[in-house]
Design a protein around this ligand. Structure first.
Ligand code: GLN
Length: 283
């Protein structure tokens, strides 16, 4: 086989950024040869066989067209778990781990006085928030909703893969319409679509390939956040916690919505990039 098919030459001749080329090549090595990532170096003189080579070429060209790495790999790490992802769901973002950490803090507080804890994740997508929490806290039951049945197929399969089915329940519908009007929770969390219509970010990077309904409300960006806050009290236990993710410039508006809905103990939380990213409040 000619030497230009070695890992070394395929990687050094790739027009992709080097880190992206290595991630995609490691995936090819794992899928076709069951080799670990370290083979990128230790086996760099290895030549790819025809089927592995065509897989590599396909991944390389899709990535050059802008397809998100997570969709090409079919998976994404989030908090302490790995999730299957496909174009029907938003790719979990590192900033959303903040919501998980806020949920976990509240769970550890409630553990002092409660045996079982009920959590609601509205608009679960791949199941990221619900499953990351269930993975950390075995005494919680999580209800996860989405209006997209495609998303729920992926979320359910993630619950199965992570062996968290007994702790999780999935319901289809728009926000609280997915659950019964009598259902109450200790904690409600949500990362809803909060990007405003016409926001140029929707035309950039990974977002071009993600489901628009997971990104934007096709309006001001506040429509879903408002619906979630307004409906929360009817589904929270006394002193229950609501925490919602929002855009970097929306914390003032979300605080105002929580204030006018008489939430108390309203707090703004920053993500690791230092942006206001989550507002929480108590019933
Ligand atoms: N955090 C995502 C982004 O800015 C948006 C996801 C959402 O609207 N919830 O790319």
């Amino acid at each position: 086989m000619s030497s230009d098919l070695t890992l070394r030459s395929l990687l050094s001749n790739s027009p992709l950024p080097a880190n992206e080329a290595r991630i995609l090549m490691a995936h090819v090595l794992e899928q076709h040869y069951a080799l670990p990532r370290s083979a990128l170096l230790s086996r760099d003189d290895m030549a790819l066989q025809a089927n592995a080579l065509s897989h590599w070429k396909e991944l390389e060209s899709k990535r050059l067209d802008g397809e998100p790495i997570a969709y090409l790999l079919g998976k994404k790490g989030f908090h302490n778990i790995e999730l299957r992802v496909a174009p029907g769901v938003l790719i979990p973002r590192p900033e959303t781990e903040l919501l998980v950490d806020i949920g976990l803090l509240e769970i550890s507080r409630l553990n002092e006085c409660k045996k079982s804890i009920e959590v609601l994740d509205l608009g679960t997508g791949s199941g990221a928030i619900a499953l990351a929490l269930a993975h950390e806290a075995s005494n919680i039951s999580v209800t996860a909703t989405d209006q997209s049945s495609d998303a729920l197929v992926i979320a359910r399969s993630n619950a199965k893969l992570l062996r968290l089915e007994s702790q999780t329940r999935f319901c289809q519908g728009s926000w609280y319409e997915a659950i019964s009007k009598d259902d109450v929770f200790d904690i409600i969390l949500s990362n809803p679509p909060y990007i405003a219509n016409q926001d140029p970010h929707l035309m950039q990077g990974d977002l071009r390939f993600e489901p628009p309904s997971a990104l934007t409300d096709h309006s001001t960006g506040l429509i879903c956040l408002e619906a979630i806050v307004l409906g929360a009290k009817a589904h929270l236990n006394n002193a229950g916690l609501l925490a919602v993710e929002h855009g970097f410039d929306q914390s003032g508006a979300v605080v105002e919505i929580m204030r006018s809905t008489q939430f108390r103990d309203i707090q703004i939380h920053q993500d690791l990039a230092g942006h206001n990213r989550v507002v929480s409040g108590r019933k």
